[in-house]
Design a protein around this ligand. Sequence first.
Ligand code: 1GP
Length: 244
Amino acid sequence: MIYEEIRQKVAEGKKMLAVLIDPDKGISSLSYFIQQINKFSPDFILVGGSLIFKSVEKTIETIKKECSVPVILFPGNALQFTGNVDAILYLSLISGRNAEFLIGQHVASSYAIKKSGIETLSTGYILVDGGKPTSVEYMSNTMPIPPDKSEIAVATAIAGELIGNKLIYLEAGSGALHPVPATMIASVKKNVDIPLIVGGGLRSASDIQSALQAGADIVVVGNILEKNPELLEDFVNALTDCQI
Ligand code: 1GP
């Protein structure tokens, strides 16, 4: 089970890297990206996005055919649910006050997900202002937490943990100008006992290291790797340097 694997790695002080694949980027560039993934073995592949035009299924089918890194669905809404994955990030947007993303989309897809038997990773998803409006902010119609309000992020993460979330995801949004601040990551990490995912706007090995050193257990990188898949080698090495 993926969750057990994550808990085990956290217990061993191992940090993890997830690469995000946006199905809209197209299958042609995907092949080269998958070659890099096979070469440098990040821990997970996330597939999904706030708004998708192309087929999630087709993208996942291609990834599964060419590579054995576990694939975790990262759905922007219930329409993106598909069966051929190793787990689903079962996200509740707990920094927002839009019932649709707290429970509505879950109700719409729950029966199909339960029937599929796929592992669900209950995740408290916390959106943090990354310096510009992002797709997730617009599509979810929720307000991100200001980056200097660590106490709000902490209180939100604790509430997620108490409600029963198994993971917390601090998200600056894809393409954010600024990643989630290290001080906020550190404060959240200090106050919850569940694994912490951090993503959005991480563009370099040093960005990754500062998120990991602040307390992230898993970092998620999308945009920059899509533009420059060769960076994956540096990012995997940055991870190794941060093992506790
Ligand atoms: C988005 O955290 C991910 O949900 C990745 O963000 O595309 O900015 O790396 P980037």
